[in-house]
Ligand binder design. Structure first.
Ligand code: DGL
Length: 271
């Protein structure tokens, strides 16, 4: 029997989901977090959908053994292809990042011209366009795959001059589209946010799909009456990676602004 003290599980292909965790630490400080990043197999973006579904199940099963009370698929690529399947098989609430990002963009846009950037997999799936058009069919949506972005973040080069150049060159096709809102449809992208904002200009509102998701997590904790209380917060958060714990820790320490988080290496699916 799961209790309110159980953790919320977060999964991503690597460090990107930490942008969601950062928001969770702020909005839900009573909750315990267990995070798994499949860094060894990142990026997921160029992989076939079936493989992303399989990897997402492997991450999910690892966290289910830890008895989580809710699962957050903190990866757009995995959400696009695996959310429905995983949700259909689990008894705990399962939250993806695409619907919260779409809702936030619809709320923010004034001219109904929304851009979406994401991995190849996310853009090819058409998941954002479908989600937005279902709610507001007259919205103009411009989608752009940015396959170089996640690897830059994953290798901790997001402050570099290479990052600046790649972001600027990649986003050029969006500049003539008169967008007033741009969805960061990959949880790695908030780490590139200053560079993206600089290229897009201050008139374009950037939507952090992961951060928007935490609002939904908070609402579901209340709806299912499974939120933890300050009195019951006991054990510490756990972080797991299939890659190098050192690299993961460097990025996590900077991004989450917590010192010495405990990162453990694990293997998935016969790695
Ligand atoms: N962070 C992931 C996302 O939100 C994907 C990055 C990747 O593995 O390609 O889509």
């Amino acid at each position: 029997m799961l209790t309110n003290q159980e953790a919320i599980g977060f999964i991503d292909s690597g460090v990107g989901g930490l942008t969601v965790v950062k928001e969770a630490l702020k909005q839900l400080p009573n909750e315990r977090i267990i995070y798994l990043g499949d860094t060894a197999r990142c990026p997921y973006g160029p992989r076939p959908a079936e493989q992303v579904v399989q990897f997402t199940w492997e991450m999910t099963n690892f966290l289910l053994e830890k008895k989580i009370k809710m699962l957050v698929i903190a990866c757009n690529t995995a959400t696009a292809v695996a959310l429905d399947d995983i949700r259909a098989h689990l008894e705990i609430p399962v939250v993806g990042v695409i619907l919260p990002g779409s809702r936030a963009a619809l709320k923010m846009t004034k001219n109904n011209r929304i851009g979406v950037i994401g991995t190849d997999g996310t853009i090819k799936s058409g998941a954002y366009s479908a989600a937005i058009k279902k709610k507001a069919p007259n919205t103009s949506i411009t989608s752009l795959a940015c396959p170089k972005f996640a690897p830059i973040v994953e290798s901790n080069e997001f402050h570099s001059s290479v990052a600046k150049k790649v972001v600027s060159e990649t986003l050029q096709p969006l500049l003539l589209k008169q967008l007033d809102t741009l969805i960061l449809g990959c949880t790695h992208y908030p780490l590139l946010r200053p560079l993206i904002q600089n290229v897009m200009g201050s008139n374009v509102t950037l939507i952090d799909s992961g951060a928007e998701t935490v609002g939904e997590v908070s609402m579901l904790l209340d709806y299912f009456d499974i939120a933890n209380t300050p009195q019951n917060k006991s054990a510490v958060n756990e972080f797991y990676t299939t890659g190098s714990p050192k690299m993961f820790q460097t990025i996590a320490d900077e991004w989450l602004d917590i010192e010495d988080i405990n990162v453990q290496h694990i293997r998935l699916g016969g790695q």
